[in-house]
Design a protein around this ligand. Structure first.
Ligand code: TNX
Length: 490
């Protein structure tokens, strides 16, 4: 039986895909997910069985097996094998067996994502045609930054975002949790941040915030799907929500007014005020306490009302607070103009800025995360007719989001200094999950491929053909998306 369509619709494109001959593996009530008994494997097995049950309509069970126990016909076997490493995985589909092999649970998660993309509707259930995939990513940090401060997106929305990310093998959810318009994470040491600034948003729209428990639950949900959360508290600018909650952060000791506009660059902390350093220590300490991941993001962008020295002192204070809490520092590219500890992650975004400080920072040991505004800012309009979004970095059609090479953006970077790629979505104009998804899809799939697939295996026409098959899947999941005219959608 020939494959009705090729499995080459996999996004991001794998290193190696070998289509074989033979009958398909059909998901049925006889299908069993089998997995080892480590905690991460158990969680993955349950997820795999749930999703296979959901798409096929049959109940797919999980069987836990000892290392030595052989697989049986009808198994979808997830196997840890230390001959593979890191995020590497193999997927083999034969008529009677699906086997995913990897060295780590993350690798197994990627194999599950690929399996989902090779399954297609067949005789009232789903089936996958024989194929062998061998795959691993180029970059270890493949992120999406979501601004939950301008408009609030809560746990339900973000779980949908996490599911989408995992499907495209993105592994870092960066949450922009504070800005001028609102503060989105309750912190026990500073309860007024959310009590006074949690309910506001752009245009007077309703705000909201994460309780500690909600945040921890989201972090765990993401972790089970191979996604780490990197929380951002943006300082020393973008801080009006904090200045509104705690008057002591202002020179006159008085809280500022709420802010519901979309200007940037006007609010700031003050290095000489006695309240500032304790505030930073409390805030980053509390955020670290709900963050199992290694990194906290200190923001650092668009401070337009401060001398260089004071800016550098405040970046230092925030970075010291992060390190005192046992975490590593991430900041927007402006922090590269200040002295940084080696290993600090600098997030490149503004392609208009002089890259010299970024190159110098990288030479001194900083690592670079690439989020170029003109390719990876998924809040930019697709074209002049797009109702949502901003335009300061130009229009970004699908092909623009696809056609760039992260290691070639900033000339003169030392070899190996780029650790990854992150898309961003800012929410000044985005109010609902549909708004958010309309901006993310299909472009998030393009950025995911830039982050995962080696440059010599990326090709626009080939991508456009593969991504065309994803529209029906987004429809089935109830996700809003933009039917880019650059793709011949199925
Ligand atoms: C720039 S990117 C900003 C954000 C805005 C965004 C809108 C960055 C570090 N700062 O404050 O929301 O542009 O596209």
């Amino acid at each position: 039986m020939p494959a009705p369509t090729s499995p080459l619709r996999i996004v991001p494109a794998p290193r190696l895909v070998h289509e074989a001959e033979g009958a398909p593996f059909v998901v049925s009530a006889a299908t069993t997910v089998t997995v080892g008994t480590g905690p991460a494997e158990v969680a993955l097995g349950v997820l795999a069985a749930e999703s296979l049950s959901r798409i096929s309509g049959s109940t797919v069970e999980v069987r836990y097996r000892d290392v030595a126990e052989p697989t049986q016909p009808g198994d979808v076997a997830f196997v840890l094998d230390d001959r593979l490493a890191g995020e590497q995985y193999h997927l083999e589909v034969a008529a009677d067996l699906v086997r995913v092999t990897a060295g780590t649970p993350e690798g197994l998660t990627h194999g599950l994502a690929t399996l989902h993309q090779v399954l297609r509707p067949h005789d009232g259930t789903f089936a996958a045609w024989p194929v062998r995939v061998e795959d691993e990513p180029v970059h270890g940090w493949r992120g999406l930054s979501v601004d939950v401060a301008r408009h609030f997106f809560g746990p339900d929305d973000l779980r949908v975002v996490v599911d989408l990310m995992a499907g495209y093998k993105l592994n870092v959810l960066h949450l922009h949790l504070s800005d001028d318009q609102g503060w989105r994470l309750h912190l026990p040491s500073r309860p007024d941040l959310t009590a006074r600034s949690g309910g506001t948003a752009v245009d007077g729209d309703p705000g909201g915030y994460f309780t500690t428990e909600e945040f921890e639950a989201l972090v765990a949900y993401a972790a089970a799907r191979g996604v780490r959360v990197v929380p951002e508290i943006d300082v020393p600018g973008h801080v009006n929500a904090a200045l509104h909650a705690y008057g002591e952060l202002n020179p006159d000791g008085e809280p500022t007014d709420e802010y519901a506009g979309i200007e940037v660059g006007f609010s700031r902390l003050w290095a000489d005020l006695p309240a500032t350093e304790p505030f930073l220590r409390d805030v980053f300490g509390d955020v670290a306490a709900v963050t199992p991941g290694e990194y906290l993001h200190i923001g650092g962008d668009e401070v337009h009302t401060m001398e260089r020295e004071e800016y550098a002192r405040l970046v230092r204070m925030a970075s010291d607070a992060v390190r005192a809490a046992g975490k590593k520092v991430v900041g927007w590219q402006e922090i590269a103009t200040t002295p940084l500890e080696p290993g600090t992650v600098v997030q490149y975004w503004d392609t208009r800025m002089d890259p010299a400080p970024i190159v110098a920072a990288a030479q001194a040991g900083a690592r670079l995360l690439m989020s170029p505004g003109s390719q990876a800012y998924l809040d930019m309009k697709y074209d002049g007719d797009t109702a949502l979004g901003l335009e300061w970095a130009g229009h970004i059609e699908l092909r623009d989001a696809y056609t760039w090479e992260p290691t070639a953006l900033v000339p003169g970077l030392p070899e190996g200094s780029v650790i990854g790629v992150e898309a961003t979505v800012w929410t000044e104009t985005l109010r609902s999950l549909d708004d958010l998804m309309t901006m993310l899809l299909p472009r998030l799939a393009a950025v995911a491929e830039v982050a995962w697939t080696p440059a010599d295996r990326r090709d626009w026409d080939d991508f456009a053909t593969r991504v065309a098959a994803h529209g029906p899947y987004w429809d089935a999941e109830g996700l809003a998306w933009y039917p880019s005219p650059q793709v011949d959608w199925h």
